[in-house]
Design a protein around this ligand. Structure first.
Ligand code: UDX
Length: 437
């Protein structure tokens, strides 16, 4: 099937490559000339394990091309819109200008029977509004909403073999035809039994908001337990192990630490609250405000614990921050807890050196005032305190004995509860975790 993918950022680039891998003839479209040139040359414009290899593989087949010209969407049967919906400056609501622009620029190139498919995370009600625009421009074209649940670091696998497909389609023959087109697109994963749920527009939009809210709530729940553990001398990791064995609860997303960040969870729970407010259902989501507050308190807690480790004064202390990305296997620093902590420490007088295997360039652009060092050993040398805030394997696997030879003082704060307190203490370190005695 001929498919266009509009917006070649994280979601769109992975989607375009994955659709070509599934055997479709794909045109990737973006307004960013640099991004398009990189992708066309076989280079992923961001770090995502497995993406670049797959990109090269599908480019060689000739089934994938990239362009900045929307006119090339003409002739595709299915058009996926994968542009971003960042948080509006100074507001909780999502910025829909990229979604609106993508759809309105696509309208002139739609043909009879085409399906325009929204994949971006949008406030409930957006699809209904866009559907009216599409039908006005091309009465036989249909809008479907097909939210994406990919995790950075696992994006290719999550796209090719997702847990489920959700199709939001209108009632009647147009909806059925859109459903059939999407079934054709996803024929390979569907044939291996991936569940597929067909719902109305509003439900499909809410599925994404609800899923991200649930994940954020789970993380903030365990971080709230970490606060209680700190107050009572209990161990939140043992607590998570114990409650996680109840399969109604599950151990996943119960890792207490510095909290969640990234380009999705923080802004998605906020835009969900904003939208609920517009709908008069704000009371239903007041708990998300608490989820957000618990999460933000984690960053402050890491700064306070660092100050404690520095005997009460950060001024002039050398602090090494292990990790800049919002999570491992990513170079994404959007709302990264690691950088938020690093910047606060620097503002309070510490000399902060940040290291990360992939995210340094992005981090430097965002916070040019911090010191950056690509080499872990050099980054650690002379540190008065080390903070592990992004649990990259190379940091989790650091040898406490060898690391002790590099630093000025043997103090480590494990902001992800990823290290063995026993091993580090045995090597002479003052070890502090998050919600661990
Ligand atoms: C998330 C959703 O998981 C995904 O389904 C959606 O499509 C986009 O948003 P992503 O932002 O890639 O994906 O990251 P995710 O793996 O969910 O982690 C989000 C944040 O939570 C990270 O900062 C991570 O470090 C943190 N986290 C995760 C915890 O602090 N504790 C946990 O137990 C799990």
């Amino acid at each position: 099937m001929r498919i266009s993918v509009i917006g070649c950022g994280y979601l769109g680039a992975v989607h375009a490559v994955s659709m070509a891998k599934l055997g479709h003839d794909v045109i990737g479209i973006d307004v960013d000339e640099y991004k398009i040139a990189e992708l066309q040359d076989g280079r992923a414009p961001f770090f995502e394990p497995g993406l670049e290899d797959l990109l090269e593989e599908v480019l060689e087949t000739g089934r994938l091309r990239f362009t900045t010209s929307m006119a090339e969407a003409h002739g595709s049967k299915v058009h996926f819109v994968c542009v971003g919906t960042p948080q509006l400056k100074g507001e909780y609501a999502a910025n829909l200008s990229y979604v609106d622009a993508a759809f309105s620029e696509l309208l002139p190139f739609l043909s009879a029977g085409d399906v325009a498919v929204g994949k971006s995370t949008v406030p409930v009600g957006t699809a209904e509004r866009l559907s009216a625009l599409i039908t006005a421009a091309c009465p036989t074209a249909t809008l479907a909403w097909n939210p994406e649940f990919l995790r950075e670091g696992h994006a290719v696998k999550d796209t090719l073999t997702p847990d489920r497909f959700v199709y939001g389609v209108p009632a009647g023959p147009a909806g059925l035809s859109a459903q059939n087109s999407l079934d054709e697109v996803y024929a390979v994963p569907l044939s291996s039994g991936t569940p597929r749920l067909v719902v109305d527009y509003a439900t499909s939009e809410l599925v994404k908001s609800a899923a991200n809210s649930f994940l954020a709530t789970k993380i903030s729940f365990i971080n709230a337990m970490a606060e209680v553990c700190d107050a009572s001398g209990a161990d939140v990791t043992a607590l998570a192990d114990a409650i996680g064995l109840d399969d109604r609860i599950g151990r996943k997303f119960l890792h207490a630490g510095v909290g969640f960040g990234g380009g999705c969870l923080p802004k998605d729970i906020r835009s969900f609250m904003a939208r609920a407010g517009e709908l008069g259902a704000d009371q239903a989501l007041t708990f998300l405000k608490e989820v957000d507050s618990i999460n933000m308190r984690r960053r402050t807690k890491v700064v306070e614990l660092t100050r404690e480790l520095c005997s009460g004064a950060l001024l002039g202390k050398n602090v090494t921050v292990l990790g800049a990305a919002f999570k491992p296997s990513s170079d994404d620093v959007r709302d990264s807890p690691a950088l938020s902590v690093a910047a606060q420490l620097q503002l309070q007088g510490a000399t902060v050196t940040v290291t990360d295997p992939e995210a340094i360039e992005n981090a430097r652009r965002r916070f040019p005032e911090l010191n950056y060092e690509t080499n872990t050993t050099k980054a650690i040398a002379g540190a008065d305190v080390i903070l592990l805030v992004t649990e990259w394997p190379e940091y989790v696997d650091l040898d406490p004995v060898k690391t002790a030879e590099l630093v000025a003082d043997l103090k480590i704060l494990d902001g992800r509860n990823a290290l063995s307190p026993t091993a580090w203490r045995q090597a002479g370190w003052t070890y502090r975790g998050m919600g661990r005695p």
